[in-house]
Design a protein around this ligand. Structure first.
Ligand code: PMP
Ligand code: GLU
Length: 395
């Protein structure tokens, strides 16, 4: 066996991507699988966005771009940030990367020294702890309370801060819980962040998918918090563009410039064609995003009502994103299809094998006794998935 680096040996495969790959494989084998695993919109990229990509190819816009992205796209990000989040930035404070995932990776590499702590509210999105470890930092996982909607409180934040704390990662609307922080909740967190002089990485990739209220950016709550915030966003979710791989980070210019230095030696720049398509997404009609959100909203109702009727499953109504985070503690220890449900992983395995429904165990997000189901699939698939889960569990 070839010896690998200590850093890479600390990293696990992305469970969300691994489970969706497994679901795809089973489908290709001819199995009838409903994929509620990976979270990606089932809609097509809007026509005018696809056309902008095609035009870019036809026009020969196929060479390297500047490392931090084409100027027009940096400006378009500023325009959207102003309109959607009430935040003003200069284009030099924007870096375009290959997906929000790379933006996050770059930020952590740029700000973390060995042993630095990054506070992570639990449940967390799967890539955060791995990226923190890869940057030689230490994820400090703080469990949130389900009854309080899985949101980190100011008190919890204060208690978690040590002299080694470098940053907090806050993700609102949240993957996997769908929680959306209110302005008051963010204000209370911001006060402590400023007082303790730490940074905040605000992952706002689901900002446009918020049902009851507009999702607020913590950076918009005053100049002191703004100068300590790096906002992460992208086109994957809002414009159904997961495969195009465009995300961005916006924040203090020295941090963004450092991220640019790193990117200049890793991926150089994001794909030129995808940058042009993203430009059309950000500057064109925002109607497709609203239409998708409305569809997600209807699906949310169907999945929440359906799952809450299954004995042993309990779901909070998610305020944003397109996931439900189901409490399945009532099923642990039960026997289903002649097998004991030892934990959430076992239940996810049984649902996949016996009901043909792919889900992600909560433990992948640091929260056992739960399952995450994505409802970014058709209403028919949701209804069918609920039927299958119900009949397996009630057997
Ligand atoms: N943050 C969160 C919370 C996500 O769910 C995702 C989706 N995979 C990302 C970041 C990364 O998105 P992308 O790399 O597709 O822009
Ligand atoms: N964000 C999605 C998810 O959590 C896509 C998969 C991934 O990038 O991890 O399922």
């Amino acid at each position: 066996m070839v010896e690998l680096s200590t850093r890479i040996n600390q990293i696990q495969d992305s469970p969300t991507l691994a489970i969706s790959a497994e679901a795809k494989r089973l489908k290709e084998e001819g199995r009838d699988i409903i994929g509620l695993g990976a979270g990606e919109p089932d809609f097509e990229t809007p026509q005018h966005v696809k056309k902008a990509g095609i035009d870019a190819i036809k026009e020969g816009f196929t060479t390297y771009t500047s490392t931090t992205g084409i100027k027009e796209l940096q400006e378009a990000v500023c325009t959207r940030f102003k309109e959607d989040k009430g935040l003003e930035y200069d284009p030099e404070q924007v870096i375009i990367s290959n997906g929000a995932k790379q933006s996050l990776f770059n930020v952590l590499q740029a700000i973390i020294n060995p042993g630095d702590e990054v506070i992570l509210p639990v449940p967390y999105w799967v890539s955060y702890p791995e990226q923190i470890k890869f940057a030689q930092g230490r994820p400090v996982k703080v469990k949130t309370v389900e009854e309080k909607g899985f949101k980190l409180t100011a008190k919890q934040l204060k208690e978690a801060i040590t002299p080694q704390t470098r940053a907090l990662i806050i993700n609102s609307p949240n993957n996997p819980t769908g929680a959306v922080y209110t302005e008051q909740e963010l204000l209370e967190l911001a006060e402590i962040i400023v007082e303790e002089d730490i940074l905040v990485i605000a992952d706002e990739i689901y900002q446009k998918i918020s049902y009851q209220q507009e999702a607020i950016s913590i950076a918009a709550l005053g100049p002191k918090i703004k100068e300590r915030t790096i906002v992460i966003d992208g086109v994957s979710k809002a414009y159904a563009m997961t495969g195009w791989r465009i995300g961005y980070a916006v924040g203090p210019q020295d941090i963004i410039a450092a991220m640019g230095r790193l990117q200049s030696h890793s991926t150089s720049n994001a794909n030129s064609i995808a940058q042009r398509a993203s430009l059309a997404a950000l500057l064109g009609s925002q109607e497709p995003t609203v239409t998708m959100k409305d569809a997600f909203n209807q699906r949310r109702e169907i999945i929440v009502n359906g799952l809450n009727q299954i004995s042993g499953m309990q779901v909070l109504n998610p305020a944003g994103a397109f996931y439900v985070f189901v409490n399945i503690e009532g099923l642990v220890g039960k026997v289903i299809a002649d097998q004991e449900v030892t934990d959430d992983q076992k239940l996810a395995e049984l649902l996949l094998q016996k009901a043909g429904v792919a889900t992600i165990p909560g433990s992948a997000f640091g929260q056992e006794g739960h399952l995450r189901l994505s409802y970014a699939v058709s209403e028919e698939q949701i209804t069918e998935a609920i039927k299958r889960i119900g009949s397996l569990l009630n057997k």
